[in-house]
Write a protein that binds this ligand. Sequence first.
Ligand code: PLP
Length: 354
Amino acid sequence: MGPGPSNPYPQVIEAFNRPVLGHLDPEFISLLDETNERLREVWQTSNALTFPISATGSAGMETSFVNFVTPGDDVVIGVNGVFGDRMCEVATRAGATITRVEADWGCTIDPQRLLDAHPNPSMIAVVHAETSTGVRNDIAELGANKGDALLLVDCVTSLAGIPVLIDEWNVDIAYSGTQKCLGVPPGLSPLTVSHRAMERLVQTPQSWYLDLNMIKDYVTGDGARAYHHTAPISMLYALHAGLGVVLSEGLEQTWSRHQSCGHELHSRLPQLGFELWAQDGYRLPELTTVSIPDGLDDVEGRRLLLERYGIEIGGGLGPVAGKVWRIGCMGHTARMRNVTLLLGALEELTSELL
Ligand SMILES: *Cc1c(COP(=O)(O)O)cnc(C)c1O
């Protein structure tokens, strides 16, 4: 089922095959406008600057730091997995002075600890859904109490999987990725930026390619739609189609489809000897982490799942490599039939090997 689905929505694959228009063709521009409008709906925001960065989720992360942090700025970052740690590396390269707020891997970060970590930070940054551990970090309380700080949230594995409410939660900057719950291949990073954050846009960011000052007119249609870089046309068709699938199913219905699959996995896996690993109450339905039972080999178990049943799951990362499995159930893959197939496969494997 993969830490990211290798199985996009069928409508997305169809969209990929459409003839490639030019990046200034009026027909393409109207598809881009519609994609951004669909993104606003999925992000639950009215932010004017809402569009996909032409690169993967990590580029969304980089865009968010280089455009809103100048050397010496105090940035508070929550770290309870790989991606919080990556945020620290990116922010450090942008010159930020970082206050790391750590929680054990597998546990959530108490929002109050992030709020108390520094008296007047210019930014508070946190990962909403930690894909490396299967844990959710709560956002609403940060938005309500952030003071002057900008609130930056990584929504790569949460957007379209669990509720993400940008305006209601008072989030200033958020980025996502196409290949997680949106059910589109990897290649773009949907980004949304509040008006409040735009007032603090860095004038000459260290990155040329990701400089929002230069990209924003092309993507919003304010002023000239001049060439900056060639838009990845086919990827944009794919995202447009993926968002269309999500919105025609209904955002709430998409969330509840992920929720039902996650709930079924969380209730059945322990019966097969796979203990749930992430903190109770903060488990992601779209990414389930379990301890590997004693006697079952990490690499061999995953190889058999892939070769015999065509199911790909992720291994543990960092401190829990070899100890946990990460079961992604996202986007088009989040179907009860896939859950049933995985549970049946695990039942066969464990009765054979243990
Ligand atoms: C996958 C992921 C990223 C990085 O996205 P890429 O598309 O691999 O660059 C960042 N943050 C989180 C939480 C992720 O799951």
